[in-house]
Design a protein around this ligand. Structure first.
Ligand SMILES: Nc1ncnc2c1ncn2[C@@H]1O[C@H](COP(=O)(O)OP(=O)(O)OP(=O)(O)O)[C@@H](O)[C@H]1O
Ligand SMILES: [Mg+2]
Length: 262
């Protein structure tokens, strides 16, 4: 239905934290797909306290994609983050970054699969664009790419300039203008200035909230009403607005809205 990819330029501005916060708080069915070639965080982080099967995830699904069976095999590779409701699902990422080259041939079919999925908004954590084996073919199939920027100062924003340049080179003509937006984290400088410098609109902002971020990394318990979780939930409407502008056919809100988990 809707594929939203989250990326960063370099550094660790909080892409994985934001993707998980969106997955857990948006008022619609979601699926977090860990597509970062540097590896996934969920199994060793947020889900580390559970005994979960380790043979599920993007790597076996990529093999299925190459065999042409990804659609049938998708459900068996997911983990229910809100069991047993199956409304907030996750596709765990690589456990070994050295496996990332073997995903290269599968990104086109996985991107098509995620973009076609009915009933869920797929949030793909695609990691750093400067990394080897970035999933460009998947990004080109996204309805919206959120370039995540730690906006503390001009120094933390500057790597985003080359990331926007790389997107202009690697993605289809006009894609950056229509389908890329900024997700600002820890914004200490004006969003309008950042947007003007990068030529990309600001879609949403998330605050710096170490307690919630630690809980999302599996350390301690988070609170639904904490600043990061409230801002993540509020970002849903801004993202829907950005989708309506970028790709009108992809902007349909999910008809089923979920109650907020407390
Ligand atoms: N909004 C936030 N408030 C406080 N801490 C945060 C926030 N977002 C992320 N962090 C912390 O910053 C660190 C990096 O976060 P995260 O792993 O989400 O970044 P990333 O961009 O996915 O990095 P990488 O490219 O290494 O995967 C973690 O320790 C995380 O807990
Ligand atoms: Mg990450």
């Amino acid at each position: 239905m809707t594929l939203i990819a989250l990326v960063s330029a370099k550094g660790s501005p909080g892409v994985s934290t934001a993707a998980l916060a969106f997955t857990l708080t948006w008022p619609a069915p979601t699926m977090l797909a860990e597509c970062d070639p540097a590896g996934g965080d969920l199994l060793a982080g947020y889900l580390s306290r559970y005994e979960l099967p380790t043979n599920r995830g993007v790597l076996p699904l990529a093999s299925s994609a190459l065999r042409g069976t990804a659609e049938q095999d998708l459900a068996g590779n997911l983990i229910d983050l809100d069991s047993p409701r199956q409304q907030r699902m996750a596709l765990p990422g690589l456990t070994e970054p050295s496996q990332s080259s073997s995903l290269n041939l599968a990104w086109t079919s996985l991107g098509d699969l995620f973009a076609r999925m009915t009933g869920s908004t797929v949030l793909a954590d695609c990691g750093r664009l400067a990394a080897a084996n970035a999933p460009w073919a998947l990004l080109g199939r996204a309805d919206l790419v959120l370039l995540t920027v730690r906006a503390r100062s001009l120094r933390t924003v500057s790597p985003a300039v080359s990331a926007v340049g790389a997107m202009r080179r690697e993605l289809p003509p006009g894609f950056v203008e229509s389908s890329v937006g900024l997700l600002l984290v820890d914004s200490g400088i004006s969003g309008r200035d950042i947007s003007r410098n990068l030529g990309v609109p600001v879609v949403a902002s998330l605050p710096w909230d170490t307690g919630s971020a630690a809980a999302l990394a599996g350390e301690g318990r988070g609170r639904r009403r904490a600043p990061l979780m409230k801002a993540a939930a509020a970002a849903y409407d801004s993202v829907c607005t950005a989708l309506a502008v970028s790709r009108p056919e992809a902007s349909r809100r999910d008809t089923e809205r979920l109650p907020v988990i407390r």
